[in-house]
Design a protein around this ligand. Sequence first.
Ligand code: NAP
Length: 243
Amino acid sequence: MSKVVIITGASRGIGRDVAYNLAISGYTIIANYNNSEEKALELKNKLKEKGIEIDIFKANVANKDEIVKLINFVIEKYGKIDVLINNAGISQEKLFTDITDEDFDIMMKTNLYSTFYATRETVKHMLKEKSGCIINISSIYGLTGGSCEVHYSMAKAGINGLTKALAKELGPSNIRVNSIAPGAIDTEMNKDLSEDDWKQIIEETPLMKKGKPIDITRCIKWLIEDEFTTGQVISPNGGLVIT
Ligand code: NAP
């Protein structure tokens, strides 16, 4: 059987591009979504037209029980998970003092706790196989911090911490754990950026262009097939951030 890959948040944006292209490349895909059922169905049907079947599975990753249902569904159907891509995420721009308890709570649950719980549930099965690849989608803000995005930056920095610690623990079991920290990518998450905002970002970016979902997909494809990279935070960002 081809590698079984779970992608959270695969109805739109980066996750959708990853799901589509990995399916085309022959991987077995389970595409998670939450609110965008129509878009998830559209993805499934677009692939079906090409003779490719994928599973779409509704689960709110901010809810641990729903994550457990997703992982159990995949194990019952396929008996293994080769790759977990923790991609689902939300962003919010607010002054630090305006961030409410509810804003903070939902940010942490959606972006950070989800990664912890989905990874923990998955690793139980990967350990039996003595093989696995976990890819956590972080952000440049997890490296540099983003003004007016303190809670988002905290969550993404937490993901990088999880990645590094877990890579050390799971390396001897042949399970690789890495983060991808994208720069500015043209998706709905950035729908509030004006043309002038983008112009400024592009001017500050050495490669002088905006990022596209496919830039992240390419990095993910490479990480899945790689055999000697773990514990790393890889940042496709056009050179906007060079550490
Ligand atoms: P996007 O276009 O807004 O798409 C977000 C995806 O996450 C959607 O498929 C959405 O699904 C899903 N999602 C959100 N909350 C969820 C929940 N509670 N449960 C399950 N799925 C949920 O965002 P994107 O730009 O593709 O971002 C993908 C990841 O990349 C995020 O982790 C983001 O932080 C990270 N990132 C993005 C950028 C960027 O510039 N775009 C930069 C750095 C990092 P539904 O619509 O079905 O709810």
